[in-house]
Design a protein. Structure first.
Length: 182
């Protein structure tokens, strides 16, 4: 199979799927190595960019997805008037942020950072497939370790977890200030 043909087949597969697909699954379907598949994907991405096509190909971790080119999204939304996605609560976002920056992290570690219980938030994030279990910590009680998923990357528009913005430096504590008296 020629690389050009592989690129076109990948485009067709991703178009029909409508959701992110694992690179390994695409490679298996085409009887190609992952390296050959990624070469075809890069060719497809170049074609989309050079020809300013209405769609683009995005990578989210080990998954690929066809998406509307951002500058054309408003026109698609006008026509389709998509149903608004249910957003995450502030509590769930905070829990997700702790897991994203500290992964792998246990529920206890998240609760220690947040200062409150997070059972419901973790269950919500698991149900939305934004986090997943990644084994158990080798410590007393062997608590479950959580990490973010490729769906997390997709949801927030990252290709890789290393694209998370850096955490701000903590505010220095001024030990020389006089305490307030009541």
């Amino acid at each position: 199979m020629e690389r050009n043909e592989a690129a076109h087949i990948i485009e067709a597969i991703l178009f029909v799927a409508g959701e992110p697909l694992a690179i390994a699954d695409i490679a298996a379907a085409l009887s190609l190595t992952e390296m050959e598949t990624m070469n075809a994907v890069e060719e497809l991405q170049r074609d989309f960019e050079e020809n300013q096509r209405g769609i683009t190909l995005r990578r989210y971790g080990d998954h690929l997805r066809l998406e509307t080119r951002p500058e054309y999204a408003e026109y698609v939304e006008r026509l389709l008037q998509p149903v608004q996605r249910q957003s995450l609560t502030q509590t769930a976002l905070e829990t997700l942020a702790v897991i994203a920056y500290r992964q792998p992290a246990t529920k206890g570690e998240v609760e220690q950072v947040r200062g409150v219980k997070c059972d419901y938030s973790i269950q919500t994030l698991l149900a939305k497939d934004l986090i997943k279990e990644a084994g158990r910590k080798e410590t007393l009680g062997r608590p479950i370790l959580y990490v973010t998923t490729d769906k997390f990357l997709e949801h927030f528009g990252f290709s890789d977890i290393r694209e998370l913005p850096p955490l701000p430096d903590p505010e220095p504590i001024d030990h020389d200030s006089t305490p307030l008296t009541p």
